[in-house]
Structure formats: C-alpha cells, structure tokens
Design a protein around this ligand. Structure first.
Ligand code: NAI
Length: 217
C-alpha cells in the first residue's frame, strides 16, 4: 500500500487472479486454505499473499488460514463483481462475437445488454441471446438504457471517434481491444486497453530466459 493509503495498481491487478483461484477452490468444496497452500497453487510466495491481502484488512486468521468462500466474497466486493454495470459491445466481428460468447460478464460485475455494428448485414443476428443492432441505434439505446461500460472491438481508425461519442452518451469505462491506446484524454473515465499481442511478447521474453538458462547448462 502507498503512503497515502491507496492500494498499488500491482496489487489490484493480482486480485482477479485470487478471485479466480478461490472460485475454483470453492467449486472443489475447499472450505479453508493456508497462505502457504494458496501460494503453492498460485506460484506466489506466502508472504506476498499475506502482504496483498493485508492491504484490505487481512481476512486471514493465524493458524486457521483463509475461509475460501468469505475471502472470495470480500475480493469480489473490492472488484465490484456484484455491481452489474450495464455494458454494450461495439464491433461484432470475429473478436467481438468471441468476447460476447465466451466472457461471462455477469460474474464479473457487468451485464451485457447491447451489441452494435456498423455493418447492416449483421443487424438482427443474435449473439449470446442479444440481437446485433446497427450503430445508428446507439444514441437512442443509450438514452433509454443508460449503459456505463463499452467493450470496443473495432478497427483502430474508428476508435477515438466512437469513444468520444460514447463518452458524450454517458459511457464511463472502456474495455478496449482495438489496437489504439485510449488514454489520458479522458478525465474520470476508466480505460483498460487489452492487447493479446503484448501478452504473447511477455511470453516470448520469458521463453528467452528459459533458452538462456538451458544454454548455460
Ligand atoms: P473483424 O473485421 O472481424 O470485425 C470488426 C467489426 O467492427 C466488423 O464487423 C465491422 O463492421 C465493425 N466496425 C468497424 N467500424 C465500426 C464502427 N465505427 N462502429 C461499429 N462497428 C464497427 O475484426 P476482428 O478480428 O473482430 O478484430 C476487431 C479489431 O480488434 C481489429 O481492429 C483488430 O486489430 C483488433 N484485435 C485486437 C486484439 C487485441 O488483443 N487487442 C486481438 C484481435 C484483434
């Protein structure tokens, strides 16, 4: 935790992973877990886990460990998973459809209520029980339904323009997959730029290390 009491972004970024692992343990019927056991499972050190969770007041008890269900609930509250933020998705191409079909928005604090695409050929197609609407309908839809989160799965060239429009329509947070980094232009707007390619680069960096180590042997 920083001196001014705010939680460091690296701790916040680890919370979804704790949430996911604890969810899996809960499914397996695990009632409680020690920081050592959790650390072995998550490949973190036990002290890292204690430090992270202490930022939020601990949750653990000496000699007892963590109560899996309670800890998951607490982390869920911190992450805002029970908030059901109304969410729209823009760009129903390959990526947009895959995200609409395979991400469970409901368990992650969001509720996907609308999908939009500029291509009229896609209008009326149903993805995840939601009909794709033409982008011409966005304004009316936002006035009526007040979504606050937008998932952007559109080409780079269109991103800034559509994001500006969405901000004017009340969108407060972007989960942005387009290859355009939305950023600081927006005060009080939350942006999460996601680049799967960056993740792959992190992997190849890691693979370099493995190869270097092997070479040394
Ligand atoms: P795609 O071509 O299959 O789909 C793009 C869709 O966006 C099309 O249906 C198109 O009609 C629609 N579209 C274009 N302009 C629009 C606008 N102004 N408003 C609403 N809809 C609009 O492409 P794909 O594969 O789905 O990828 C989408 C974008 O995401 C691409 O720009 C791609 O580079 C990027 N991408 C990003 C990844 C990441 O890790 N961040 C991974 C994969 C793709």
């Amino acid at each position: 935790m920083s001196k001014n009491g705010s939680i460091s972004s690296s701790v916040i970024k680890r919370l979804p992973r704790y949430y996911r692992f604890l969810g899996e343990l809960e499914k397996q019927g695990v009632d409680r877990i020690s920081s050592r056991e959790l650390s072995e499972l998550m490949k973190l050190t036990a002290s890292q886990i204690r430090q992270d969770l202490n930022c939020f007041g601990g949750f653990g008890q000496q000699g007892y460990g963590y109560h899996v269900e309670d800890l998951r609930k607490e982390i869920g509250k911190i992450l805002g998973v029970d908030r059901h933020f109304k969410t729209i998705l823009i760009g129903a191409g390959n990526l947009g459809k895959a995200i609409a079909m395979h991400i469970n928005f409901e368990t992650r604090g969001c509720s996907l209520i609308g999908i939009f695409d500029v291509n009229p050929k896609l209008t009326g197609e149903v993805v995840s029980d939601i009909p794709i609407r033409h982008t011409d309908e966005i304004e009316k839809f936002c006035e009526k339904n007040s979504p606050v989160v937008a998932v952007l799965c559109i080409p780079k060239a269109n991103t800034q323009e559509i994001a500006d429009k969405l901000v004017s329509l009340g969108i407060k947070a972007f989960w942005n997959f387009s290859h355009y980094d939305l950023s600081i232009d927006y005060d009080n707007i939350v942006v999460e730029n996601v680049h799967l390619g960056d993740s792959l680069l992190t992997l190849t960096y890691g693979t370099n290390i493995i190869t270097d180590t092997e070479d040394e042997d």
